[in-house]
Design a protein around this ligand. Structure first.
Ligand code: GDP
Length: 481
């Protein structure tokens, strides 16, 4: 891929500054088709080539020049705008190739015309989607996980997703995968070194050391896999479920919060596999001071203890099934708001939630406009008067975003690499099983499993890549990135 490419890198549309980017060995010649320098008398423009020769500019170091851009390629003052040219020699730029950028006023027709003139010069062609990042990847400046992180940084909508993208871009994931690759590779080398001395019974790694190293690598892989899987589960907005006994005022709170924080209702039915057991629950997307989350109004909870019998009759009644769905709502929520009124004590309300969900619930007292309500510890609210609703919205938002795990994997990477992580883990598990069973212990088979695991790790970072994987990743970028 030696052709020089050009594209607009600033956002399309109106902007105060425009940026064109060139990459490839003809970057300067291509830029020279539109970029001119003032001569010493400042009354006429000089070609870039002539200027560089006259001023003895070597091309071995980066430089910045301030000159003029003539979008039609003619060095005439009436058609020129001020422009800065930044040049990087090969090995010093983002793509690893010779590169140049033209910084000028952000006029869309001017930028378009300039790109056309550069392409007509024959020194460059229009870049394809993501081609700059692809070149950076092919020249070893980035690996695939970092290329995906660039796209995720551009697309990030929340602080959390931006932080994940930046962490991955900094190479955190690559470093972990590379360290694992290194350990497995060195284990494989030790193992294979022994093959040459099989007759003499010389080994470079004892079976115990081998087994312990494989267990430790498998653990690290498991941890990565679970992070990838949890990332895939957290792609959607965080969820808070309003829970509590029937009639405590959950639906009323749901409606008032929706009015206050401008949500859009998404009607989702809890459709059971069994006819007659369908109970609806409602979801609404709320935006509290810029913090977005989904509020869920589930069907009322009933005493968990009363439902614990495992008889088929109890398990399959519509009531039991609806409760089972409520349990699913509980486990898929990032936070729970437990609502109770004066008819219950805090303790009896808490008993409605299975134990594993009890810690960290937000306690909400409802109907506090009524006498003898609101004496407990929970946040006092009233859907009738609006008491405590703003505070409740803020508490829910703070809790749900406080619970956001510092997930450091970008969603697209998690999706792409989870199969590789799983396959690598399976290979290590098989290798361990081979080692443990004396009847099957065969170092050649163990080595081949290690090779398979290494291959899968190589696919994640892009040490090993196929054209269709690159196509899939880079086609999601826009032109100019
Ligand atoms: P849910 O079954 O928990 O969803 O409870 P609802 O929201 O359907 O409310 C049950 C009953 O309590 C209804 O009759 C409501 O009018 C009443 N209610 C709900 N919130 C309040 C409140 O803040 N104050 C008063 N006085 N009544 C309320």
């Amino acid at each position: 891929m030696t052709e020089t490419i050009v594209a607009q890198s600033s956002a399309p549309g109106i902007g105060s500054r425009g940026l064109l980017r060139l990459s490839g060995s003809d970057s300067l010649r291509a830029a020279g088709s539109v970029f001119f320098m003032p001569t010493e008398s400042f009354d006429e423009l000089e070609s870039l080539d002539a200027y560089l020769t006259r001023c003895h500019y070597g091309q071995g170091a980066p430089f910045i020049l301030r000159g003029y851009l003539c979008a039609w390629g003619n060095p005439v003052e009436e058609e020129s705008v001020r422009c800065a040219l930044i040049y990087w020699p090969s090995g010093r730029s983002f793509t690893g190739e010779e590169s140049a950028e033209l910084h000028l006023v952000g006029s869309a027709p001017l930028l378009e015309r300039t790109v056309q003139t550069i392409c007509q010069s024959g020194y460059a062609r229009l870049a394809g989607p993501g081609e700059y990042t692809l070149r950076a990847f092919l020249s070893g400046r980035l690996d695939l996980t970092q290329a995906e992180a660039i796209l995720a940084t551009i697309d990030a909508e929340t602080d959390g997703s931006l932080k994940s993208a930046l962490a991955q871009l900094s190479g955190r994931l690559s470093n972990e995968i590379n360290a694992l690759h290194e350990r497995l590779f060195s284990t494989l080398c030790d193992l294979e070194a022994g093959f040459d001395f099989a007759e003499e019974d010389i080994t470079f790694v004892t079976p115990e050391a081998l087994s312990s190293e494989l267990s430790s690598c498998a653990l690290a892989l498991e941890e990565l896999l679970s992070r990838a899987q949890s990332q895939l589960g957290s792609e959607r907005l965080p969820r808070v479920a309003l829970v509590g006994a029937p009639n405590v005022g959950k639906s009323s709170l749901f409606n008032r919060l929706q009015e206050t924080f401008g949500g859009t209702t998404r009607n989702s039915a809890l459709v059971s596999e069994r006819p007659g057991a369908t109970r609806d629950y409602l979801e609404t997307e709320l935006n509290v001071d810029g913090s977005r989350f989904v509020l869920v109004d589930a069907a009322g909870l009933e005493e968990v203890d009363g439902l614990s019998e495992s008889s088929d009759v109890v398990q399959h009644t519509p009531r039991a099934l609806a409760q089972k769905k409520v349990q699913n709502v509980l486990s898929s929520a990032n936070a729970l708001a437990l609502c109770y009124d004066s008819a219950q004590t805090r303790e009896s309300a808490l008993k409605l939630i299975p134990e594993e969900f009890r810690s960290g619930v937000i306690e909400v007292q409802t109907k506090c406009d009524l006498p003898s309500h609101g004496a407990g510890d929970g946040l006092p609210t009233s859907s009738t008067t609006g008491l405590g609703l703003t505070q409740l919205g803020r508490t829910l938002a703070a809790t749900v975003h406080g619970h956001e795990t510092g997930n450091d994997l970008v969603g697209t990477t998690a999706l792409r690499c989870q199969d590789s992580l799983r396959l690598a883990l399976e290979s290590l598990t098989r290798a361990q099983a081979l080692l443990e069973d004396v009847s099957t212990a065969d170092d050649y088979l163990v080595a081949s499993e290690l090779r398979l695991a290494l291959e899968q790790l190589g696919l994640i970072t892009g040490k090993i890549h196929t054209e269709d994987v690159l196509d899939r990743i880079f086609s999601r970028f826009c032109i100019g990135k």
